[in-house]
Design a protein around this ligand. Structure first.
Ligand code: FE2
Ligand code: FE2
Length: 260
């Protein structure tokens, strides 16, 4: 089966290129299931019911997230009841939402997991240990499993890839918004990439207008960020999984540019 994973979608510009280009791309690539990281969906910070529904209408089947998932408080009202959205599993147990799920298409059953790294990030529970707590449960239901590891440090992501190798079909990194060129199949059969990159305006500093960011570095005082609109791209990977074993057969990295 073919899974399309789309990196962090940034605000309205990110949503707009997904809306205009996704359906055609899915048909061309014979995609069976589409997952996107939605933590920056609403103006770059968090998700709202409206922006999430817009994404589902554009052809995304499922959303993972990360540290920004809590930026819009309204998410607390629907995250427990929305089966197509998960947040990192290593938040404290009392936090709303779920960190993994198993979902079904007409032909396949797919496990989707979300974990956050801890290096240069919030001191959440140890993702390595939380993964061990969850994985047997997921594997008892399906061998097709995609993990979004939302983390800052390349070293932590690579270590996590080797740790989960052979136990998930794919581990895709998110959060840095910069696509890495290290996609591979690890020795145990897990497809891996350190970061899928972001979906939105690439004439920017990781998706937002450059000037306020530079000004902040110069003045060390806060400035207002807004999603960039120029050089729109969808950053993605496509993973082919053998459904009988759950092993990845290939991983292809790319960017869909507006007008091309
Ligand atoms: Fe992000
Ligand atoms: Fe993030």
């Amino acid at each position: 089966m073919r899974i399309l994973f789309i990196g962090d979608i940034i605000g309205r510009p990110g949503r707009s290129i997904v809306k205009s280009r996704l359906t055609e791309f899915k048909n061309k690539e014979h995609i069976d299931f589409t997952i996107a990281n939605a933590e920056n969906l609403a103006s770059g910070f968090g998700v709202t019911r409206k922006t999430l529904d817009e994404l589902f209408h554009s052809g995304v089947d499922f959303c993972t997230s990360g540290n920004h998932i809590w930026d819009r408080k309204e998410v607390l009202q629907f995250i427990d009841d929305e089966p197509r959205l998960i947040r990192p599993a290593n938040y404290p147990r009392s936090v709303p939402g779920h960190g993994w799920t198993v979902t079904e298409t007409e032909d396949y059953r797919i496990g989707i997991m979300n974990l956050s790294g801890r290096v240069f990030m919030e001191p959440l529970d140890n993702p390595f240990l939380i993964f061990d707590e969850i994985i047997d449960d997921v594997r008892s239901k399906t061998s097709i499993i995609l993990l979004d590891f939302h983390a800052e440090a390349t070293s932590e992501k690579i270590a996590f890839g080797y740790y989960v190798d052979g136990r998930v079909s794919a581990m895709v990194g998110t959060h840095t918004h910069v696509q890495t060129a290290d996609e591979c199949i690890l020795p145990g059969g897990t497809a891996y990439i350190t970061d899928v990159g972001m979906t939105g305006g690439h004439d920017s500093v990781i998706g937002v207008h450059k000037e306020p960011i530079i000004s902040r570095f110069l003045s060390m005082t806060p400035s207002k960020f807004a999603p960039a609109e120029e050089d729109l791209r969808i950053s993605y990977v496509i993973i082919d999984v053998d459904p009988s074993t759950g092993k990845a057969q290939s991983i292809t990295r790319g960017q869909i540019k507006n007008g091309k």
